[in-house]
Design a protein around this ligand. Structure first.
Ligand code: R1P
Ligand code: URA
Length: 248
């Protein structure tokens, strides 16, 4: 039975789902990473595929942009399709000054300016946190906490992976320098638009979730990638997400 927003039948989705915001990124992941991927839903242009990776079933479904959108898809996956784990494969704006475009942030917490989750439990400031097992699996795969490389490898600045809090915002075009400075002073690494709601939905539905975002813009340096390059920013985050699925 399809849901209002997904055309798939029961059993069409794997228990593990990768979830980029962009439907084109979902197609590229299905085409380039999964084996035997088949389209299972295209309602509203939100594309979903199921295939395998290293023999294990894996799905990829776009979330669209923003917390209302990802909340609908995550709820329907957990509630009606027996999905157990969702890893968001996103892009984000770098807030902390040590970040560079192409770096990856694994979100161990998500602050938010949204009312969606503030209203979830009256009187409570809800903590938006990921599945510890998925977080630990992704961080281990990324070598976070390992000793720094020595010798020649040390010289090249490759894409780096960080674990830290993100801001999940309802607004992409926000003029809030003072707020951003305070957030950075409190350890926030990057801004995106879905992780907090995904974490809250996973908690509510008894599932597990994690957000892994690639930096596509720098808020402090006026650097921003064009749309076609954002579409391609997923290699490292998908690799870490799949490793987290396999290890947890
Ligand atoms: O690239 P995705 O996964 O869509 O993520 C980021 O990009 C969109 C804004 O450009 C928002 O959805 C934000 O969270
Ligand atoms: O939400 C987002 C995503 C990418 N870059 C931003 O600045 N914000």
């Amino acid at each position: 039975m399809a849901t209002p927003h997904l055309g798939a039948e029961p059993g069409d989705f794997a228990p593990d789902v990768l979830m980029p915001g962009d439907p084109r990124r979902a197609s590229r992941i299905a085409e380039t990473v999964l084996d035997d991927a088949r389209l299972v839903t295209d309602v509203r242009g939100i594309l979903g595929y199921t295939g395998t990776f290293d023999g294990a079933p894996v799905s990829v479904l776009a979330s669209g942009m923003g917390m209302p959108s990802i909340s609908i898809y995550a709820t329907e996956l957990f509630r009606f399709y027996d999905v157990r784990r969702i890893i968001r494969i996103g892009t984000a704006g770098g807030m902390a000054p040590h970040l560079q475009v192409g770096d990856v942030v694994i979100a161990n917490a998500a602050h938010t300016d949204s009312q969606m989750t503030a209203l979830r439990i009256p009187g409570i400031h809800y903590s938006h946190v990921p599945s510890y097992a998925l977080l630990a699996g992704a961080a281990r795969a990324a070598g976070v906490g390992d000793p720094p490389p020595t010798g020649r490898r040390r010289r090249a600045r490759r894409s780096k992976t960080y674990v830290g809090p993100v801001l999940s915002s309802d607004t992409f075009y926000a003029d809030r320098e003072a707020t951003n400075a305070e957030l950075v002073a409190h350890g926030t690494l990057a801004v995106e638009m879905e992780a907090a709601a995904l974490y809250a939905v996973a908690d509510r539905e008894g599932g597990e979730a994690l957000a892994i975002c690639t930096i596509s813009d720098l808020l402090f340096a006026d650097e921003s990638l064009p749309a076609e390059e954002r579409e391609l920013l997923f290699d490292r985050s998908v690799q870490l997400g799949l490793a987290a699925f396999a290890s947890a």
